[in-house]
Each structure stands twice: as structure tokens, then as C-alpha cells.
Write a protein that binds this ligand. Sequence first.
Ligand SMILES: NC(=O)c1ccc[n+]([C@@H]2O[C@H](COP(=O)([O-])OP(=O)(O)OC[C@H]3O[C@@H](n4cnc5c(N)ncnc54)[C@H](O)[C@@H]3O)[C@@H](O)[C@H]2O)c1
Length: 475
Amino acid sequence: MAPDQFHDLFKAWQKRLRRGSHRVRPPSHAPAAFVTAHAACPSSPPAICSPGRRVGAPSAAGRRIAPRTVLPAGVHWDRHGSAAQRACEPAVRRLAGSQRAVARKAPEVEEAVPPASATVVIRAGSATYPFTLASGQLGRIGTWREAVGNARTVAVITSRPVAALFPGALRAIAETGARRVVLEIPDGEDAKTLQVVGRCYQALAQARFTRSDLVVALGGGTVTDLAGFIASTWKRGARLVHAPTTLLALVDAAVGGKTGINLPSGKNLAGTFYQPERVLADDTVLTSLPVRELRSGLAEVIKCGFIADPAILDLLPDPARAQAQRYLRLIELSVRAKAQLLADDVTDRGLRRHLNYGHTAGQAIETASGFTLRHGEAVALGMVYAARLCELLTGVRGVTADTQDALHRVGLPTRLQAAVSFEQMWDLMQQDKKVSPGRPSFVLSPRRGTATLACMPQREIARAAFDDVLRPERR
Ligand SMILES: NC(=O)c1ccc[n+]([C@@H]2O[C@H](COP(=O)([O-])OP(=O)(O)OC[C@H]3O[C@@H](n4cnc5c(N)ncnc54)[C@H](O)[C@@H]3O)[C@@H](O)[C@H]2O)c1
């Protein structure tokens, strides 16, 4: 389909979605008790049954969930409205409550926020898909009906804390009428392992998951990386929709089709390129995000400002305050910047490599810190390092100060605190898959909004840059 045709179709679809979005009804086959409960409490969370439970055995309320299926521990199959699930709800509510307690307190409200929406059409090689940014859309059944299409089973890959934060999204998926399977994975970087991949394959096999069924990634970048990997390899490619819930995933991990699994010898060493069918971006997910995670996402936003669109750097928010309009704009600009760079380079061989700005050193620092640093914090340090290298290699001045200033404005680190030595960082940088010896592969940004590739610097220059800007200050 031609891009313009796609765009028109997509606009028409959006109109229909907007018209239908308020008609949120339980499915016609839902039990009467559920219909009543839904009407009384439309925001009640979905049920999640206990791990390893024999599905098909009588539930607490004496009903069967589904015949002859045992799901592995940590993987839950539920149908919204079943008596067994309703029996589990108080526990899930408690979990949701405790998660909310650890989440960021609602910051001071600065702006009255009307519901907003924007669409960026992502063209990645032969694939074209929409990144729809719409406030509150993850809880709308209309959104999910469109996304699910004719899939008979939807496998939602998510972590327990994220599931507890977004009961409305899980419920809306169940209300589409498709069978919903929740694959609960460990939270954070622990999810991106081959063991977890194996457990998910096992669950998909038990659910008789086909290629025309749908994988939904609900969570941050670790979830979209893992879910993308699973979707791309399951029967050589199942359908995939991303529903990112962190700023970092919204502006980066959910867009562009890179998937990744960590191996003992390094981060993201196994992976594929696999584009989702759509990205459902909902900025209201940011309201529960801890400030540290917001800052981590802002590192990728700042990166886009340095390599592609300097306007981004004039819009940087104060992460301790609610600036919803500003985040909406920043998400849109960052995704547009990324979309431009990957349009003609899906597999990281040309312009797309500019998106690795700050990542060669950053990922080495992240790994050497034992993942005590958030991904964005490590990328922030990687950008300071790249800025100083740029000054040493090209003679341009002021790049480091400009970078440090942008990072300070949002409270990101600009100097190492964790015990990471130059030797550790250097060794890990040599193993980085982005680095090709003797070929330009290290990204520099000599001026806001521009990027260029340089060869890996010689060890002495690399060390000088480390000592100048990263080495922890002696107390
Ligand atoms: N594929 C790509 O192109 C790409 C790009 C950048 C980063 N990444 C990957 O992304 C990962 C980092 O992603 P991340 O920073 O989103 O981390 P993450 O997925 O670990 O999420 C961070 C934490 O935030 C919590 N969380 C998620 N949504 C929340 C919400 N709305 N409110 C409150 N808490 C919430 C999670 O439970 C988790 O504890 C790394 O593994 C990195 O390699 C991939």
C-alpha cells in the first residue's frame, strides 16, 4: 500500500476510534455478574490467578476456567469475568495499591491538560506502521479492538508491577472478546534472559498460539525488547503491538524494531530486527513513573536533540513537575527524529547508527556498573564522554559544556559515581556489536542537531577523555 493511502486509511481509522472510544461496553458473552460489576466499578483491576495453578480444576468459586490446560509457574491464563478471577481480585488490588505507594507522588500540577493526540507514521524499510500518541488510550476498548483485529488469542507480556499499574489496559484487552493470556515476566533487566524466553515459548505452546495471534508488550524497554524477540522468533514471526509504559520505551525502545536479550558475556548480544504492527503511546503512563525513570527516558530525548532536532533541547522539562504538554511534544519530536533516521536504514548500517550516540561508552558503563545505573543514566555519561572525545578529535570547543548543561537541567549524572574503571569500559567497548575495528562506528555530535561517525579512538585518546570528564572526583 502506498504511504499516502496508508495515511488516509489511518486517519479514517482514527476518526472511527475517536467516535467509538466512549462506547466502552463489556462483551456480550460476559457473565451477568460481571456486567453488573463492570457498571458499578469500571476501573476495577483484572484478575490474575496464582502461579502454577491447574486451570480447569474447580476455582475458588466452584467454576472451571478452561479445560485441560496447565500453565507454567508465572504464566496466567484468564478470561475476564470468570468467578475464579473475581475471587483473586482483592489480592491484585492490594498489589496495585502497594505499587502505587512506591510510585512517584503526583507532582505539583503545572498545566491543565486537555486530552491530546498525534500520530507519527513510522516507515522502516518495507514496513509502515503508526505510532499513535493519545492520552488515556490504553484503557479504551476501542483502541484494543482495532489493535487485536481478528486474533483469537492475545498474549500480553508484562511484569507484575506493570500489570498492577495498568488494570484498565488488561481489562480492555480481555473485553475485546479474544482469549487473553498474561505472560508475567520478571521486572526490569532480569526479564531479558534466554531462560525467560524459554518459559514464554513454553507458555505460548501450551496456549496453542498461532502466527495470526497477537503478542502485546505492556511495559518499559525491557518488556518491549523481550516481547519483540519472542514475537519475531515464535513460528518465525507472530503479530506484535507495543504498549510502552516508560518514557524511555515511548521515545526509543518501542520504535524501530530492535529487539534484544542479554547474554552472560554482554548486553543485547542476541536480538533481531522486527517491527511491531503499531505502537500505542499513552502519555498518561508517565504520571506513575518514578522521577529516576523519567530522567532515564529524558537521556534518550536529549540524545535526539543533539543528533537530529535541536528544538528538543529548548523544551527540556523539570522532571519533578507535571508538564504533560511538554512531554507530549517531546515524545512526538523524539519519535519523529528517530523515524527519520531509520526510514532508509532499518538494520543499522547507515544513518540509523547516529541513534547510537552515547551508547558505545554508555552500554559499557551500564554493564560495568552491574546495572546499578539506569540505561538512560549510563547513556547520559556516554554522551558526555562522546562530547569530550569529539573535542579532542576535532578541536571543536564547547561540546562537553553544552552536553553537561542539558543533562544537569533534567538532573542526569555527568560524572561517574559507580566504581567503573577506564580499563573495564574500554574492554567492553571493544566487544560492542556496534563497533567495527578500522571503520567509522563511534558517533560524535560536533554541533547541536548534527551527528557524524568516527573510527574508534586510539586507547590514549580514549583514556584522556575518560580522565577529563568521567573519572570519579577524588574526595
Ligand atoms: N530496542 C531498542 O531500540 C531500545 C532502545 C533503548 C533502550 N532499550 C532497552 O530498554 C531497556 C530499558 O528500558 P526502561 O528504562 O523502560 O526499563 P524497564 O523496562 O526496566 O522499566 C523500568 C522500571 O519502571 C517500571 N515501570 C514501567 N512502567 C511504569 C510506569 N508507568 N509507572 C511506574 N513504574 C513503571 C518497571 O516496573 C521497571 O521497574 C534496556 O534493556 C535497554 O537495553 C532498547
